[in-house]
Design a protein around this ligand. Structure first.
Ligand code: SF4
Length: 387
């Protein structure tokens, strides 16, 4: 698992030590001088170019720190950040670093807020009811730094749409600064039940944006129970209908666990009959993190025990010619009829394999595990393909 945040030793020449600093990383020693003033140079074996706002010294080159002492501000990076590269974006805050964007990753997800109006049994990012508008300030500063050729960026939360006008502004900024970048928003969809809000969103006319909205049951009371929010089902479905009426792309996301599995075929029938026009349906394995660990008894079901139900669910959606994908499952515990819909989907920084995978000849096709699953428990049926 890649380490995205932690402590570093930062040596600062001026009083900005306590002010968070957002910096794009550069490995280019011949970058025009005017561009160096807003970037951090990542030191390598070569000569040190002058004029960068900040310098990053990998642990293996710590002996070169003397070249910068008294002349420039710099940070000593532990080995954990060896993966940093050109055009990545970091935040330095006191003696802490957070990697906000990785230019060579297809899995950049930007947190908009930790606030949420759901309290899902399996929430991977438990909500906090605090004013975290500083995150939005930071995102507004971050978007102009993201490389123009970035293929895709995700927005997540908490619930991103709780930021209302500032959420709309973020999407507007994405369209202005990164018009060729696909945007994917994870939302519970309820804000789009408000016609004015969904109209505002649609009027942005972003060239390629999709909202991923969870729906966990065709039974409103079960959906509301899973998300711990009375009335959620009604608003979520209304939000989906509004978005599609306005020509917007919608994905329905179903996380599979003991609660949602109980009526999965019925949910797929409901989607196919009532929401046939959505653009994508994803059936997703459970991440063993956040509230999931506290609610494990209520949630955990070994995926091998629902493999036939998963096959049935996929078959229903496929029969209606819906665009369906299966995410976050080890390859060896899904039935063959699921394979055409199987995707490697776990974000690269938290994707691992387990000792049983040793020698598996299909590892490169397999989506593997969340790091949290490797640590906290996974299927009893992992079986390497030997030919
Ligand atoms: S044994 Fe092979 S198919 Fe199964 S989880 Fe490991 S790599 Fe994937």
């Amino acid at each position: 698992m890649l380490k995205l945040a932690g402590k570093v030793r930062r040596i600062q020449l001026t009083e900005v030590q306590d002010r968070p600093l957002l910096l794009q990383v550069s490995t280019n020693p011949v970058l025009p001088k005017v561009m160096r003033a807003t970037r951090a140079f990542l030191m390598s074996d070569g000569e040190l170019p002058e004029g960068y706002q900040h310098y990053l010294i990998p642990a293996s080159l710590e002996w070169r720190a003397g070249e910068l002492e008294g002349k420039s501000s710099f940070t000593l990076l532990p080995d954990d950040y060896d993966y940093l590269g050109n055009e990545d974006i970091i935040r330095l805050d006191g003696q802490a670093i957070r990697v906000l964007f990785r230019a060579n990753s297809g899995h950049n997800s930007l947190l908009v807020t930790e606030q949420c109006n759901h309290y899902c049994l399996m929430c991977s990012q438990p909500p906090k009811n605090v004013d975290d508008s500083w995150i939005l300030n930071e995102l507004e500063a971050l978007i102009p730094l993201i490389p123009r050729d970035t293929p895709e960026v995700g927005f997540s939360g908490g619930e991103p749409t709780l930021a209302k006008d500032r959420f709309i502004n973020l999407i507007r900024m994405m369209k202005s600064y990164l018009p060729r970048t696909v945007v994917h928003v994870l939302s519970n969809g309820r804000a789009f039940a408000d016609e004015h809000f969904s109209q505002q969103y649609a009027e942005l006319d972003h060239p390629d944006i999709m909202v991923g909205i969870p729906l966990y049951s065709d039974d409103p009371s079960l959906h509301d129970y899973i998300v711990q929010a009375p009335g959620a089902f009604q608003e979520t479905v209304q939000g989906i209908l509004n978005l599609k009426r306005l020509g917007q792309k919608v994905e329905i996301r179903i996380v599979l666990h003991k609660q949602s599995i109980s009526r999965l075929p019925q949910l797929c029938e409901y989607i196919a009959r009532n929401l046939l026009f959505v653009d994508h349906v994803t059936l997703m394995g459970l991440e063993m993190i956040g509230f999931t660990r506290a609610n494990l008894d209520e949630l955990w079901i070994d995926p091998v025990d629902y493999r036939d139900i998963l096959s049935e669910a996929v078959a229903i959606l496929a029969a209606y010619r819906m665009n369906v994908s299966v995410y976050n499952h080890p390859l060896c515990i899904v039935n063959n009829d699921v394979l055409p819909y199987y995707r490697k989907s776990i974000s690269d920084w938290k994707n691992e394999y387990v000792p049983e995978c040793e020698g598996c000849v299909r590892k490169s096709e397999c989506g593997g595990f969340f790091s949290s699953g490797v640590r906290n428990g996974y299927s009893r049926a992992i079986m390497p393909f030997l030919k």
